[in-house]
Design a protein around this ligand. Structure first.
Ligand code: GLU
Length: 428
């Protein structure tokens, strides 16, 4: 299988093309929506602590803004490619549309490894990113947010640089800010919690008590950790988590048939980024290969890390017991693997629905920032639950009615909404 087949942009386009065909979308709308509206490619020179200047390649891609300002995160990753960001920008458009929030889709990225950069270098990189882009973003134009390896502090440096350039306070230009500086309570938990709100609804439909289930998770970043915590609070048992060891540059799966204690698991990561395997064994946990998370005998799989993790090759190891797959990450399943998942009748909750809790809470943050009035955490989370539950139900009902795979049903709803906006604006 060639690498090109797993190019996320080609995957996003092929998913779009097949649903566009299914719903008989006109050719001009297809042409408009199967590629981004605007792309910014730029360089950021950063003065490093050793006195040298390093030049980073960076991007911001606005896929579509017919339903509202472009919205989406900025990721810092050494393996970032322009095609990954194109795919992610496109998925943001569908994500905002499927949960029915008035925003379009965008995504940004910088090819860099923040784990090897000092806080000062990261701050200069964030400010440099905004200096290059300030004219092309804004609260009513394009609103960035955190993504892989970016956090509230990065957002705060970016906001400050934007406000220095524009000479005013515009907290609505970026979301995922620190609480107290325009950030929303609940934003940190929102993506992971949204995943579990969807899972809860899926299990109700399957008539399975969440407290009787076990799960295996890939990742322990912001999405995975909060998903694991809410799932555990609801009574589920996490038996395996795969996590990156930044010293050995590989991941490990930590496994316990009786369930992992999440605080203990979190304590295994050392400040240098290594995983303390001896401590894991002392807790009575097994230390397995990075891929072992997907081969466990569990009811639920939660891929919450990066793209292209479930392929026909890795899927061959997935236990016949698995009933639900929650795509916490963006694009974790390849299209050829989707076919195998369909054939096994596993309920797959597709990424742009399953992980839409983050952007939904970003939308709540924007409302709060733009009106300068802030909500309680309970209010944020109950609005988030209502939005995610309603979106899940709409997608599930359409899938049932038309006999569709959940990913296709979610696409049908999202593409129709965006196509309608494009039409009403008279763009096609
Ligand atoms: N990066 C997150 C995502 O992929 C959040 C985007 C946002 O909050 O704008 O959905």
């Amino acid at each position: 299988m060639g690498e090109e087949k797993y190019n996320p942009y080609l995957i996003a386009q092929s998913q779009f093309d097949s649903v566009a065909e299914m719903i008989g979308l006109d050719q001009s709308t297809r042409q408009l929506l199967r590629q981004p509206s605007r792309e910014f490619h730029f360089t950021i020179p950063v003065k490093m602590d050793d006195g040298t200047t390093k030049v980073f390649n960076a991007y911001r891609i606005q896929h579509n803004d017919a339903r509202g300002p472009a919205k989406g995160g900025i990721r810092f990753h050494p393996d970032e490619t322009v095609d990954t960001i194109r795919a992610l920008a496109m998925w943001m458009t569908w994500k905002c549309a499927v949960v029915d929030i008035p925003l379009g889709g965008g995504k940004g990225g910088v090819i860099c490894d923040p784990r090897t950069m000092s806080p000062g270098e990261q701050e200069r990189l964030c400010r440099g990113y905004i200096r290059q882009l300030a004219k092309n973003i804004g609260p009513v134009v394009d609103v960035p947010a955190p993504d892989v390896m970016t956090c509230p502090q990065h957002m705060m440096w970016m906001l400050d640089e934007y406000e220095v350039i524009t000479g005013g306070h515009y907290p609505g230009v970026i979301t995922g800010k620190p609480v107290g500086m325009g950030g929303s309570l609940g934003r940190t938990e929102a993506t992971g919690y949204g995943v579990i709100y969807c899972l809860r609804e899926a299990l109700k439909i399957l008539n399975i008590d969440i407290a009787s289930t076990t799960a295996s998770i890939q990742g322990f970043g912001n999405v995975a950790e909060h998903a694991a915590r809410l799932y555990t609070q609801m009574g589920g048992t996490v038996v395996a988590i795969s996590r990156w060891d930044n010293v050995e540059k590989k991941s490990y799966t930590i496994y316990s048939p009786n369930g992992l204690d999440l605080d203990r698991f979190a304590s295994l990561k050392e400040p240098c980024g290594a995983i303390d395997k001896a401590k894991a064994r002392a807790f009575g946990y097994e230390v397995l290969d990075g891929d072992a998370w997907l081969a466990q005998d569990v009811d639920i799989l939660l891929p919450c890390a990066l793209e292209n993790q479930l392929t026909p090759e890795t899927f061959a190891k997935v236990s016949p017991r698995v009933k639900v797959i929650c795509e916490g990450a963006n694009g974790p399943t390849t299209p050829d693997c989707d076919e195998l998942i369909k054939a096994r009748n596993i309920m797959l909750i597709p990424d742009f629905l399953c992980n839409a809790g983050g952007v939904t809470c970003s939308y709540f943050e924007q409302i709060q920032s733009n009106t300068n009035s802030y909500w309680s955490k309970e209010e944020v989370l109950s609005k988030l639950d209502a939005k995610m539950t309603a979106a899940f139900k709409d997608v599930y009902e359409l899938a049932e009615k038309e006999g569709l795979y959940l990913r296709d049903a979610a696409y049908v709803i999202a593409i129709k909404r965006v196509a309608e906006a494009v039409k009403l604006r008279g763009w096609v």
